[in-house]
Design a protein around this ligand. Structure first.
Ligand SMILES: Nc1ncnc2c1ncn2[C@@H]1O[C@H](COP(=O)(O)OP(=O)(O)OP(=O)(O)O)[C@@H](O)[C@H]1O
Length: 246
C-alpha cells in the first residue's frame, strides 16, 4: 500500500525505506530531532517549502513525490490523513465542529448528506450532540476526538498520527488510543509516531526505529521490544516504563 524507498531530505533524513501494508499498524520511534516528523510530512506532501524530499514514496503504486499541490490536497483528507500533537492547530477556532467534520466529506463527495454523516462521526468518537460547539468550548481530549473524526471522515488508506496524545493527560490518552484502534477501518493503515514505547506496544504490530535521520531497526513490535538488535533501541527500552514493568 505505502512504499517508501531511499527517502532523503538534505542530511536530515537519509536513505529511509519501509513499507506499510493495507490495514497495518506501524510505530515510528526515535528521539527528538531524529527525523520522524519530516518522514511523515514527506508522505503527506507537507514538508516546509525550503525542504525537498528525494527518493520515492508510492501509495498503491502511485508515486507521490513531485505530485502537484492540487493533486496532493485531493489525496489529503481522502486517502491520506494526519493527526498532530496539538489539536487546536488543526481546527478552525471560528467554525462549529460539526461543519469542520462535514467539510472533508463535502469536498471529497463521499457521502450524500455531509452534515448527517458528520453527526454520526462525532457520535462514533464519543461526542454526541457537540456539532454546534466551537473548539474553545471543548476540552483538549474532546478536540483531539474532533480532529480524529475529521481525519477518519473518508476512511483514509493511511492515517498518520504524530504524537497525538502527548499533550493530553494519561486517562484521556488511553481513551484516544482506544478510539484510534477501534475506529480505524479495517483497510486503514496507521503510522504512529511516538516517544512512548508503551503506546507502540499497545497499538502497533510493527515498529521502525529512527536515529539521526536513519532507520536503524525494523521488526514486529514483539521482536523489537523483547529482543532489540540495535544498541540505541536497547537504550530506549531500558529508559522506558516498559522495561520497569517487565
Ligand atoms: N524547515 C527546516 N529546515 C531545516 N531543518 C529542519 C526543518 N524542520 C526540521 N528540521 C530539522 O530536522 C531534524 C528532524 O526533525 P523532525 O521534526 O523530523 O524530528 P522528530 O524526530 O520528529 O522530532 P520530534 O520528536 O521532536 O518531533 C531536526 O534536527 C530539525 O531541527
Amino acid at each position: 500500500m505505502l512504499e517508501v524507498r531511499g527517502l532523503g531530505i538534505r542530511d536530515l533524513v537519509r536513505d529511509v525505506s519501509f513499507e506499510i501494508g493495507a490495514g497495518e499498524r506501524v510505530g515510528l520511534i526515535g528521539e527528538s530531532g531524529s527525523g520522524k516528523s519530516l518522514t511523515a510530512l514527506s508522505v503527506m506532501g507537507l514538508l516546509p517549502e525550503e525542504l525537498t524530499a528525494s527518493g520515492s514514496i508510492r501509495l498503491d503504486g502511485r508515486e507521490l513525490l513531485g505530485v502537484s499541490e492540487k493533486d496532493m490536497s485531493r489525496l489529503r483528507g481522502n486517502e491520506l490523513a494526519m493527526v498532530f500533537q496539538e489539536p487546536m492547530t488543526a481546527l478552525n477556532p471560528a467554525m462549529r465542529v460539526g461543519r469542520q467534520v462535514a467539510e472533508p466529506i463535502r469536498i471529497h463527495g463521499t457521502h450524500r448528506e455531509p452534515r448527517k454523516a458528520a453527526e454520526e462521526l462525532l457520535d462514533s468518537v464519543g461526542l454526541p450532540g457537540t456539532s454546534r460547539a466551537y473548539p474553545h468550548q471543548l476540552s483538549g481530549g474532546q478536540r483531539q476526538r474532533v480532529v480524529l473524526a475529521i481525519a477518519l471522515a473518508n476512511n483514509p488508506k493511511l492515517l498518520i498520527c504524530d504524537e497525538p496524545t502527548t499533550a493530553l493527560d494519561v486517562t484521556v490518552q488511553a481513551q484516544i488510543l482506544g478510539l484510534i484502534r477501534t475506529r480505524l477501518a479495517e483497510r486503514s493503515a496507521l503510522l504512529f509516531i511516538t516517544h512512548d514505547l508503551a503506546v507502540v506496544a499497545e497499538v502497533c504490530e510493527r515498529v521502525l526505529v529512527m536515529l539521526d535521520g536513519e532507520l536503524v531497526e525494523a521488526g514486529t513490535t514483539r521482536e523489537v521490544l523483547t529482543a532489540p538488535k540495535h544498541e540505541y533501541t536497547r537504550e530506549l527500552l531500558a529508559a522506558s516504563d516498559l522495561e520497569a514493568r517487565r
